[in-house]
Ligand binder design. Sequence first.
Ligand code: PMP
Length: 449
Amino acid sequence: WSLLCPSPSVLFGGDFDAPALESDALLEIRQAHFARPQKNYYRRPPQIERGYREQMYAMDGRSYLDMVNNVAILGHGHEKLAAAVGRQWSLLNTNSRFHYAGIAEFSKRLADLAPDGLDTVFLVNSGSEANDLALRLAWAHSGARNIISLLEAYHGWTVASDAVSTSIADNPQALSTRPEWVHAVTAPNTYRGAHRGPDSAAGYIADVEAALAKIEARGERLGGFIAESVYGNAGGIPLPKGYLKEVYRLVRQRGGVTIADEVQVGYGRLGHYFWGFEEQGVVPDIITIAKGMGNGHPLGAVITSRAIADSLEKEGYFFSSAGGSPVSCTVGMAVLDAMRDEKLQENARAVGDHLRRRLEALGQRFPIVGAVHGMGLYLGLEFVRNRDTLEPATQETAAICNRLLDLGVIMQPTGDHLNVLKIKPPLCLSRQSADFFADMLERVLEEGW
Ligand code: PMP
């Protein structure tokens, strides 16, 4: 490992001596003072101190392969990114957005990545903010409040994005506290949903039609529809064939605005596509992005048409103090440069395809592997107790994650039944690292958990 992923101290000659605090003491302090309620599936989580590419190093000196980081798409400790940020930070870190040239350049680069017609960019600081802004745009443009979203989806934690997030695992309160403008329809999960298989679109579309009928029966109109273009919760199951095409048609027919949440699946992670919606052959009215575009720096964006962007003028534009700061734009452009120079989408495709084949081979050997989902470096391994009933292997999944951690792999249970290993590593994941992960997983499945 030290050969493949040299420690930053080797690379930069920096002083990375372990801090004086013991790991246990730090854990105690965090529990006493860190407010964020984090779900913890590990018996003993490592205290991560630094990282290099897909590898992370803990205070106890151990290294871990980071298989869950869908934010640091370039990986950790990226030298060129660090240099660009440092330079920009010392030149100009914040100013009025009207005078900083980089904001125009970065906006144009994002618009160039989007399909024709989606040429107007808002810069914000996170995916939650991007989705809140997308909902405001849909409301302003349509003049209507009702939004259709998918059950078992996650779109963020700010008030509006949380309202359309109806993942029972992430937010058990979601169903009872959902505001009346949110109409959650059945998640089109072709593996364990109400309708199975890639050709099951009609059943799920009927749910959308029922929601539309309910809105109309109230004498109201539709404002929009928000969804990830790949079912993300369980590790990237493609939506049923033709689903989004028909749903977008129904939504637009009623004057609604279509929002594709590409925070997780977009920006090259799928390898075979830059945007998730390409898989369904559709073009949304609004795209929201965040996570990887900043490689961990707070950065998000909404990309839409000029007509939709201008509809906010009625209410006054909503500016974000730090959104689109010179440092944010510099980070965003350095990430795009690195993605191009290091061919990260191509890597996601090649290494992802390889890893998928290795996982499928495990599926042949171990009955607990119910299915391998996803594509590129957005894969899901779903564990079941019974392949016919699909009973989720929830406790087993937590135990497997703990064993993997012992073996130097960071992985956590996801999905509404917490029975899925959602594999979303940095896009620079090497083939050797993919093999290391598959080898360790094979070992756990062989030896037991
Ligand atoms: N949408 C999706 C699909 C996400 O996965 C997330 C984050 N997990 C968000 C939105 C929210 O992004 P952020 O955490 O940057 O607010």
